[in-house]
Design a protein around this ligand. Structure first.
Ligand code: GUN
Length: 286
C-alpha cells in the first residue's frame, strides 16, 4: 500500500478562507479580531513561530501585536501586561509563547490570561472544559490534527488511536479530543516499554515525541493513518518529523509530511480560535 500524502497547506487554506469570511462578517459589528502575542527571551525557534503567527494573522485580516521582552524581564512586568491586555477591548486573544525563562512560574502566567481570551487553550479552565467535552478554545496543534482527520474523512469513532507523546500542548489534549469523538485511545510516552506493541494496533497513529525516526514501518499496521507532529532539525540542517516517512508511506493509508503537514494547521487553528474569541466578544457565538 502506498499512502496518500496529506497536504496540510491545502487543509489550512480552506480553514483560513472560512476565517477570512468570518472576519468580514465581524466588520458589521465594528470589530476586527485582535491577537496579542507575548514572547520572553530569544529562543530562536520561538522567534520563528511568533513571526509566522503574526504574518498569518495579517493575511487573514486580523490585527496582531507582538510584545517581545528580554530574558531578564521580571515576571511581574509580564503579568502586568497580561492584566492590561485582559481589559483591552481591541484584543480578543492573548498567547504567551512557551517556553518561558526557567525562573518564571508558567502556571501563574497562564492562569492570569482571561479565560475568554485564552486562544491557546492552556488556562486550567479551558483544560478542564476540554476534559469534560465542552471545549471553547481547543489547543491549536491537536485541534489542527482533528481538522486534518475530518478533512480527509478518516473515521475516528470506534477506531484504535495511539498517541505517542504525553505533553500538555499536544499529546494529552489530542487524546482527550479523540476520546470525545469515541475513539479507543492509548497514550504512549518516553517511559513506555516496547512502543511497537502499542503502535502496531493503531488505526490512527499520532506521533508527537520529538525524536527523528522513532516510528519505523514494522511498528505500523498496514492501512493505518499516520499523523506526524514532530519537528526535528537534523545536524545537516534538514527538518524531519518523528516518523520514517519513506518507509512508513509504503504501509500507511494516509501520512502527513514534515514540513507541510501538521505545521501549517497549528497557526491556522490559532487564527480560528482568535476569530471565535472575537465572535464571542460581540455575542454572535456562545
Ligand atoms: N510552544 C510550542 N508550541 C506552542 C503553542 O502551541 N503555544 C504556545 N504558546 N507556545 C508553544
Amino acid at each position: 500500500m502506498v499512502a496518500k500524502i496529506i497536504d496540510g497547506k491545502e487543509v489550512a487554506a480552506k480553514v483560513r478562507e472560512d476565517c477570512r469570511q468570518r472576519v468580514e462578517a465581524l466588520g458589521a459589528f465594528g470589530t476586527r479580531p485582535g491577537l496579542a502575542v507575548i514572547i520572553v527571551g530569544d529562543n530562536p525557534a520561538s522567534k520563528v513561530y511568533v513571526a509566522n503567527k503574526a504574518k498569518a494573522c495579517s493575511e487573514v485580516g486580523l490585527n496582531s501585536k507582538v510584545h517581545a521582552f528580554p530574558a531578564e524581564t521580571e515576571e511581574a512586568e509580564v503579568l502586568r501586561l497580561i492584566d492590561t491586555l485582559n481589559h483591552d477591548p481591541s484584543i480578543h486573544g492573548i498567547l504567551v509563547q512557551l517556553p518561558l525563562p526557567p525562573n518564571y512560574n508558567v502556571r501563574r502566567i497562564l492562569e492570569t490570561i482571561s479565560r475568554d481570551k485564552d486562544v491557546d487553550g492552556f488556562h486550567l479552565y479551558n483544560v478542564g472544559a476540554l476534559a469534560v467535552g465542552s471545549s471553547i478554545f481547543p489547543p491549536c496543534t491537536p485541534y489542527g490534527v482533528s481538522k486534518i482527520l475530518e478533512h480527509e474523512h478518516i473515521e475516528v469513532a470506534g477506531q484504535n488511536v495511539v498517541v505517542v507523546g504525553a505533553s500538555n500542548i499536544v499529546g494529552k489534549p489530542m487524546a482527550l479530543m479523540l476520546m470525545q469523538k469515541d475513539a479507543t485511545v492509548c497514550i504512549c510516552h518516553a517511559k513506555t516499554r516496547d512502543l511497537a506493541q502499542f503502535t502496531i494496533l493503531a488505526d490512527i497513529l499520532v506521533v508527537a515525541a520529538g525524536r527523528p525516526n522513532l516510528i519505523l514501518p514494522q511498528m505500523v499496521k498496514t492501512g493505518a493513518a499516520v499523523i506526524d507532529v514532530g519537528i526535528n532539525r537534523l545536524p545537516n540542517g534538514d527538518l524531519v518529523g518523528d516518523v520514517d516517512f519513506d518507509g512508513v508511506s509504503q504501509k500507511a493509508s494516509h501520512i502527513t509530511p514534515v514540513p507541510g503537514g501538521v505545521g501549517p494547521m497549528t497557526v491556522t487553528m490559532l487564527i480560528e480560535n482568535t476569530v471565535q474569541a472575537a465572535e464571542r466578544f460581540v455575542g454572535i457565538k456562545g
